[in-house]
Design a protein around this ligand. Structure first.
Ligand SMILES: [Zn+2]
Length: 570
């Protein structure tokens, strides 16, 4: 693949503590190397520009059946354009909140991102998830199968069968080519099958006689028993309801006293996602208020937790989640169309359009809460930028979120555009927060931090020798005066992007589809005949497919797999 020298850029690399120093970055055979190791590299002039590692998205819904439902049932979301005439990037790009696979890959690359973690994979539909991953160019992907309403998981946990639960978890990760343990409204989506929900962590799940608290704790234990790269990744109960911050704090507390067991460098045992949707005070939409401060007081003082924002971007978007009961609740609130599915023994989902209008007080309060979470973070290595794409807004708004985080002036402009500005200020803390993040902190929240939390810091998130050569160059000089909008413009349109040493963006144009990989975790456990008997029995009795048609195998689904081996045998 040859050698590269990216010269004279202002480098931001939290992994090495580099804060905007003018430096050269060396690349050889797809890896970062010392510049002294290069013999005759191709030179890229990055003088006057910002250089960072490739971006890492810890939570985004980009592929799979519910994304496809969103694409199908929202023709009004389609913006057809074919802006690029290069031989590589010649596909029609369409969709705003639910973009096509090609647009997804290209748009992430244009923001300098190289890795995206698909946030919810229904195990039964994992072949579909992997086919869409395969068709998403440039970016590496992983996908998290959902476990929090899975009948096997619920039964093993109810019976305190820790080892069997771990063995089943390892089996399902392998069968689905999955990456980590995801939990969505634990117990609640299963309860929805009975017309019920679990809004609090001690609500019983019908039939299974287990609670969300037991599910979350049991899966953290399984995660640490196996020693997986990432921690258990939770979307807690009671999402999106006034007063839900107490449920969030109760969920956080389930991680107390548990230490990480992972060789992959993470410090947390729980990643709690889209915390904006889980930080509401009040007891109705009339008096809903921010509890971001209470949430961040907890996060700041407990280092075995990481979170991501779920920032509202004030756009029209398409919500989609395995939290089936929540989507039913949402369609009753906004009276827009609704799709809903039950996934046999495993999970469910719903899809509902949503308009986050600056004229609606609640939407403006949500916007404040997401930014407060990031701006109140003492350790930006544990609080990550997301929009829970597309739930709180499309991922293409990340550069705009950077602008809001880096510029108080930009935030004030947005406040002035709110119809109910005074009431919004009263219900939130944001107007009183002066903090402006710098590019080092942004690199922590978008690169080094999420890479570490995912257990992938040996590949992504930094520019130290030995890491994958994922290097983004932006037309942004941090040492010269800039307007807030310059941030959004520069970081939404990378000048250059190298992925594992291959130049995929050159002078703002996509020039290669790269060497896209699918990461998955192969956790080896001792042979467990009991679990395999249980699996066979449930497939015979309940599933609509046979076991042979369930497992994701072969080149068709994962043409370029990257397997992370974990040894949990004794
Ligand atoms: Zn999500």
């Amino acid at each position: 693949m040859g050698e590269l020298l990216i010269k004279n850029g202002f480098v931001f690399d939290p992994l090495q503590g580099i804060k905007g120093d003018r430096m050269d970055i060396g690349v050889r055979d797809g890896k970062i190397v010392e510049t002294s190791a290069l013999s005759s590299p191709k030179t890229i002039d990055a003088a006057g520009m910002t250089v960072m590692a490739g971006g890492v998205d810890i939570h985004s819904h980009v592929v799979g059946p519910k994304v496809n439902v969103g694409r199908l049932f929202r023709p009004e979301d389609k913006l057809f354009k074919s802006p690029h005439k290069s031989p590589t990037c010649n596909r029609m790009e369409m969709g705003f909140s639910v973009p096509s696979t090609f647009k997804t890959g290209y748009d992430y690359a244009r923001m300098g991102y190289v890795f995206v973690n698909e946030a919810a994979m229904p195990p039964l539909h994992s072949p579909h998830v992997h086919e869409e991953i395969r068709d998403t160019p440039i970016i590496d992907n992983a996908a998290m199968p959902v476990f929090g309403n899975n009948w096997f998981t619920l039964e093993y946990l109810k019976n305190h069968e820790i080892e069997n639960n771990a063995a089943y978890t390892a089996w399902l990760l392998r069968a689905t080519r999955g990456f980590a343990i995801k939990v969505v409204n634990p117990g609640g989506t299963e309860a929805w099958g009975w017309g019920l929900n679990c809004e609090h962590i001690h609500d019983p799940v019908p039939y299974f006689d287990i609670t969300p608290a037991q599910i979350v704790k049991g899966l953290i234990e399984a995660n640490e028993y196996l020693g997986l790269p990432h921690s258990m990744h939770v979307h807690a109960n009671n999402l999106g309801n006034p007063g839900n911050y107490t449920t969030t704090l109760d969920t956080f507390k389930l991680s107390e006293g548990i230490k990480p067991n992972s060789k992959f460098g993470r410090d947390q045992v729980m990643h709690h996602t889209h915390v904006q949707f889980h930080s509401y005070g009040g007891d109705s939409w009339a008096n809903v208020e921010s509890k971001a401060k209470e949430i961040m007081d907890y996060v700041n003082s407990h280092d075995n937790i990481t979170i991501d924002m779920g920032q509202v971007t004030l756009d029209e978007t398409t919500t989609m989640t395995a939290d089936g009961p929540f989507e039913h609740h949402l369609t009753e609130l906004n009276h827009l169309k609704w799709a809903n599915a039950d996934v046999e023994l495993e999970t469910g989902s719903g899809v509902v359009p949503y308009i986050y209008s600056p004229s609606i007080k609640v939407c403006a309060i949500q916007w404040c809460i997401g930014l407060e979470l990031a701006l109140l973070a003492k350790d930006p290595m544990r609080v990550f930028m997301t929009t829970d794409h597309p739930n709180a807004g499309p991922f293409i708004r990340y550069p705009r979120i950077m602008k809001w985080l880096m510029s108080r002036e930009a935030r004030e402009q947005q406040f002035d555009a709110f119809k109910h500005k005074d009431k919004v200020i009263e219900a939130t803390n944001l107007a009183g927060i002066d903090r402006e993040l710098d590019l080092y902190e942004i690199a922590q929240m978008t690169r080094a931090g999420p890479a570490k939390a995912l257990g992938l810091a040996h590949m992504y998130g930094g520019l130290a020798p030995g890491l994958d050569a994922d290097v983004a160059v932006f037309d942004f000089n941090p040492n010269e005066p800039y307007a807030p909008d310059d941030i959004e413009k520069a970081f939404g349109n990378a000048r250059h992007l190298f992925k594992t040493g291959v130049q995929v963006i050159s002078d703002h144009e996509v020039v290669s589809n790269g060497n896209k990989r699918t990461l998955w975790v192969n956790a080896r456990v001792n042979e467990n005949p009991q679990v395999m008997r249980d699996v066979k029995e449930k497939f015979l009795r309940y599933y609509t497919v046979t076991l042979n048609n369930y497992e994701v195998t072969g080149h068709h689904y994962l043409p370029n797999p990257y397997v992370i081996e974990v040894d949990a045998t004794e």
